[in-house]
Design a protein around this ligand. Sequence first.
Ligand code: GLU
Length: 416
Amino acid sequence: MAALNPFAIAQQQLDEAAERLGLDRATHELLRWPMREYHFTLPIKMDNGRTSIFKGYRVQYNNARGPTKGGLRWHPEETIDTIRALAAWMTWKTALVDIPLGGGKGGITCNPKELSEAEKERLARAYIRAIWRELGVDRDVPAPDVYTTPQIMAWMMDEYETIVGHSHPGVITGKPLPIGGSPGRTDATARGGVYCVREAAKALNLDLSNATYVIQGFGNAGQFAATLHREILGGGTLLAVSDSRGGAINRKGINPADMVQHKLETGTVTGFPGTELISNEDLLELKCDVLYPAALEAVITDRNAQNINARIVCELANGPTTPEADKILQDKGVYVLPDFLANAGGVTVSYFEQVQNTYNYYWSLEEVHRQLDLKMSRAFHDVHEMSQKLKTHNRLAAYMLAVTRVAEACKLRGWV
Ligand code: GLU
């Protein structure tokens, strides 16, 4: 993450789309930058009685299509530039699945693995005390992302409601079910990604019912992808999975549900019975039908793109592939489902959650799945058709669709 600035990558991707679209200079310049950003310094009393100082951020990238929306990351390497990039990608993501929201992202530079539950709660509440004036269903709505959980969303909602003095569950999404969460939110990111793989198989005329698949990163998205891949595609062999501590491989196949259980019990995927160790780097290069990068940015670069041996790459992570790698994958004929399409299921069900909170009536799980499937399938086919028409890779096609929609909203408002 240190060598490649993700925000420079996000701007470079936009530049390419703007050029292909012939976007006017003012709109292009407007879309290259966050419209608003906040930086906080948060003093937190630690359990040992000392005070630690944390840096926090919230970027409201663009709200032309509606209130800004996007998750909160708690990661030791978080910087304002990772957050800016992620907020830009949220802007394209909400436009691509065509929900009436803009894009935002926030984060705290911290290592949640070293924080106690009580310290996490104090940090979550302090963050809300810093930003609450700028939040709300009609302003900006955070959600979970890397290393943030439904419990953290619950503390944040509680702090917000305590400050404003009334119920406002839609201020944050990804909440636990008993306090206004939506059915189907926890597995929505992975489910949306697998729906895209299913649609891609139809479009490419591939039979994926016996496909091999590999998952890099075993947090929320990776874990659910492991089980949902088989459930939605009607079969498949999970060859290998990895997390920040390393990878585990078994060429005869890994039982996804047992692996999830092992991860929950031991905190890592390594050491799962019947598997051998494999590094994250080697895992990405395994021959397989579907590769799911589900961790952090910039793991497929010009250094390893030539060695990617997957038929389909489904980007559940945000920003896993650099622009140089995109070109190499396209030349190799690897079919990439770009991040802001493949992982849009999370924010789509977040939007459903916000809608349910606002009219205080809750949908069934089946209804959430049905609506999610409609949104994801529609977005997939829009991107696929556009890329066929323009003979370009899916990411550029997705950018062109999303940027056109955001630019149109900016124009209609009279901003440009
Ligand atoms: N953090 C997720 C994402 O990157 C979800 C955002 C949301 O639900 O608002 O799309």
